[in-house]
Design a protein around this ligand. Structure first.
Ligand SMILES: [Ca+2]
Ligand SMILES: [Ca+2]
Length: 414
C-alpha cells in the first residue's frame, strides 16, 4: 500500500512538473518565461494569453485576479486551478476563485464556439457588461456573476447566427445585479435564418433587480427556442414587470415558445407579474413542472396585446385563480397544485431571503414530490441528480432524493 501511494505521489509530481501537452497555462503570479507552457512559465495576463495562442486552444487559469478579455473561436478557458491539478475535473472553482474584474466595464466578450468555465465575474457594468455573446454561440458554465450594475449582465444577442449552434448557460449563479436583467436574450431571427436555441440550465438567480423588466431574465424577439430549466429564482425584482422573467415579443416564431421547465420561483416581486410576465403579440411561454411561491396573486401575468402563457403540473401559490391575464391568454394545462412546497429552509440559517444559505430543496411530505410531468422534464436536476428519483419526476428545480444530499455529493457537469 505504501509503495502504491509513493508511486501515485511520484506520478502526480511528474505530471505537475512537466505540464500537459496542448494546455496553455495562465497564472497571475507566475515569474517564469511567460510562454504558457507550464504553471511556472505561465502567461500572467489572460488577454495576452488569448490573443497570442491559436484559436481552439485550451487554457487553464490559476486562481487569482485577471482583467477583461475577448475569447477566441473554439477556445476553451477553465478557471479555478491551484496549480496542483493534473486533470481539469480536479479543480474546485468555488474554493479557489479565478476572478475576472471588469474594471467597471465589460469583462468577457465571446467568440463562436468558445467555452468559459469556472470563473467569478465582478465589477462590471453596461449592456452585456459581464458577458457578451454578439451573434455567436458558446458555453458559459460554472461561473458566478456578482454585482453587475447598469444594463443587462449577460447579453445573448442573436446567438448562433446562421450556424445552428446552441448556446448554453449552465450551473451559473447570478447575484446582486442591478439596472437590467441578469440575462437578456435577443433573438431577432429575420436577420439570421438558422435556429439559435439557447438553454439556461441549472442556474441560480438571486437578489437581482431590474429598473425595467425581468430582474433575472428578459427576452425580446425570442423567435426560436429558449429553454430555461432546473433553475432557481429567488428574491429577484423588477420595477415595471416580470420580477424574475419577462418575455416580450416573439413575433418571428409562433409555435416555438420560451419553455420554463422544472424551475423554482420564490419570493420574486414586481408591480406586474411577480414571477413571470409575458407581453406583446405572439409572445408564448410555457411554465411546467415549476414551483411558483411566495405571493398569493399576480405571480404569472400576461400583459399587453395577445400573448399566451400556459401553465401545467406546477405548484402555484393561490392556484390558477392567482394568475393575471390582463390581456392575452393564460391556459391551465392541468396538474396544478396549491400546497406548501415544504422547502428545506427557504431563507437559510441567516433568516435572510436571497443569500447563499437558502435551500429550496424539497423535504419529505412535499406535494411536489412525484407529481411532475415526464414529457417536459430534463433528465437531471439543479444538483445534477438524475431524474426521476422514485418513480416519477418531481415539481421544481430539485428532485427529492429521499433525504439531504450527503456532504461532498458529486455534482454531474454534463
Ligand atoms: Ca438566507
Ligand atoms: Ca421523484
Amino acid at each position: 500500500m505504501q509503495t502504491h501511494q509513493a508511486i501515485t505521489v511520484g506520478l502526480v509530481i511528474f505530471l505537475a512538473r512537466h505540464a500537459l501537452a496542448d494546455v496553455v497555462y495562465v497564472a497571475a503570479g507566475a515569474a517564469g518565461a511567460g510562454s504558457g507552457s507550464s504553471w511556472n512559465d505561465a502567461f500572467t495576463n489572460l488577454e495576452s494569453a488569448l490573443s497570442t495562442t491559436p484559436a481552439g486552444s485550451e487554457l487553464w487559469v490559476h486562481a487569482g485576479v485577471y482583467g477583461p478579455c475577448t475569447l477566441r473561436t473554439n477556445t476553451v478557458v477553465y478557471g479555478g486551478f491551484t496549480g496542483a491539478e493534473t486533470q481539469r475535473n480536479a479543480r474546485d472553482w468555488r474554493a479557489y476563485p479565478t476572478l475576472i474584474n471588469g474594471a467597471g466595464s465589460r469583462a468577457v466578450a465571446f467568440a463562436a464556439g468558445a467555452t468559459l468555465d469556472g470563473f467569478v465575474i465582478t465589477n462590471t457594468s453596461g449592456q452585456g457588461g459581464a458577458v457578451l455573446f454578439d451573434r455567436v454561440s458558446g458555453t458559459l458554465q460554472n461561473c458566478r456573476v456578482v454585482g453587475h450594475a447598469g444594463g443587462d449582465a449577460v447579453a445573448l444577442v442573436s446567438t448562433g447566427g446562421n450556424s445552428g449552434a446552441q448556446t448554453v448557460v449552465r450551473n451559473c449563479e447570478f447575484t446582486d445585479g442591478s439596472g437590467g436583467s441578469a440575462v437578456f436574450y435577443y433573438g431577432r431571427t429575420n436577420i439570421y435564418t438558422g435556429p439559435h436555441p439557447v438553454t439556461i440550465d441549472r442556474c441560480t438567480f438571486s437578489r437581482n433587480h431590474s429598473t425595467e423588466r425581468g430582474g433575472a431574465i428578459s427576452t425580446d424577439h425570442a423567435g426560436h427556442w429558449l429553454r430555461i430549466e432546473n433553475s432557481v429564482f429567488i428574491h429577484n425584482t423588477a420595477d415595471l414587470s416580470g420580477g424574475a422573467l419577462y418575455a416580450g415579443y416573439s413575433q418571428f416564431g409562433p409555435g416555438t415558445p420560451v419553455g420554463v421547465y422544472n424551475c423554482t420561483f420564490y419570493s420574486n416581486a414586481s408591480p406586474a407579474g411577480k414571477a413571470v410576465c409575458v407581453s406583446f403579440e405572439e409572445a408564448r411561454v410555457d411554465v411546467q413542472n415549476c414551483i411558483v411561491w411566495g405571493a398569493t396573486n399576480d405571480q404569472l401575468r400576461t400583459q399587453n396585446s395577445t400573448p399566451v402563457l400556459r401553465v401545467g403540473y406546477s405548484d402555484l401559490e393561490g392556484g390558477f385563480a392567482s394568475t393575471f391575464p390582463r390581456h392575452g391568454t393564460i391556459t391551465d394545462l392541468g396538474g396544478l397544485l396549491d400546497g406548501d412546497p415544504q422547502f428545506a429552509d427557504a431563507d437559510g440559517a441567516d433568516d435572510v431571503i436571497g443569500t447563499a444559505d437558502d435551500d429550496l430543496r424539497l423535504t419529505a411530505g412535499s406535494p411536489c414530490i412525484e407529481t411532475g410531468l415526464a414529457e417536459v422534464a430534463p433528465d437531471h436536476d439543479r444538483d445534477g441528480l438524475v431524474r426521476p428519483q422514485g418513480t416519477r419526476v418531481d415539481i421544481g428545480a430539485y428532485e427529492f432524493a429521499g433525504g439531504p444530499l450527503p456532504t461532498g455529493a458529486v455534482i454531474q457537469v454534463r
